[in-house]
Write a protein that binds this ligand. Structure first.
Ligand SMILES: CC(C)(COP(=O)(O)OP(=O)(O)OC[C@H]1O[C@@H](n2cnc3c(N)ncnc32)[C@H](O)[C@@H]1OP(=O)(O)O)[C@@H](O)C(=O)NCCC(=O)NCCS
Length: 177
């Protein structure tokens, strides 16, 4: 697998809450955005369960997504733990990318990390000549929809009823690159 360049930036500087007040090491630890490795799998599973508590990927699915699309997975790492990830496989003709998953741990939300992951994905896709990015999102997931809209995604296709099975409607969002 090709090595992915890393990006470093400060982690959350002001996590509030009594339990964390003395955790200076945590507060000061910078986050790195980097490609995933096999050793990350347990952490990746943990982050995914935290981001999607109702419908996490089973371990074996994430394992195989890593096996097939490991070069399309970016993680946020503070040196000890992961705090987010994005999975962005591309169709075999190279035309279209699907953002299959984007998640940031609760303690790190609202700090621009989801946006950074997405912007880095879009930067890489433009370099590769990918023409279109697609994703699905729960119609009630306001935070994610706001994020995607703010970086240019539109939802002209609207909500697809039962997209992920009975009762699992999804909004399809697209972005032309
Ligand atoms: C969606 C998610 C990835 C956003 O990550 P994040 O790091 O918290 O987002 P950012 O701090 O980068 O925010 C980017 C934009 O998202 C929107 N946003 C983020 N949190 C929001 C909230 N609580 N309410 C409304 N809009 C919100 C805003 O437009 C924000 O831009 P702004 O800061 O300029 O206002 C994160 O909330 C998450 O992991 N949620 C659970 C998993 C999930 O739903 N993933 C998406 C599945 S499609």
């Amino acid at each position: 697998m090709a090595a992915l360049p890393e990006e470093r930036f400060p982690s959350r500087g002001g996590r509030t809450g009594h339990a964390y007040l003395h955790d200076r090491a945590f507060l000061d630890r910078p986050l790195t955005m980097r490609g995933v490795t096999e050793a990350d799998l347990p952490e990746l599973v943990r982050v995914d369960r935290e981001a999607f508590p109702e419908e996490p990927y089973p371990y074996f699915v994430l394992r195989q997504l890593y096996d097939v699309h490991g070069d399309r997975l970016l993680v946020l790492d503070d040196g000890e733990q992961l705090h987010g990830y994005v999975l962005f496989p591309t169709t075999s003709d190279g035309y279209e990318c699907w953002i299959m998953s984007l998640g940031v741990t609760r303690d790190q939300r609202g700090r621009g990390l989801g946006r950074r992951l997405m912007l880095e994905v879009l930067r890489r896709l433009r370099t590769e000549g990918v023409r279109e990015v697609r994703l699905t999102v729960e119609p009630t997931n306001a935070a994610a929809i706001m994020l995607y809209r703010s970086i240019g995604f539109s939802s002209e296709e609207g909500a697809r009823r039962d997209y992920f099975g009975p009762g699992e409607d999804r909004l399809v969002m697209t972005l032309s690159l």
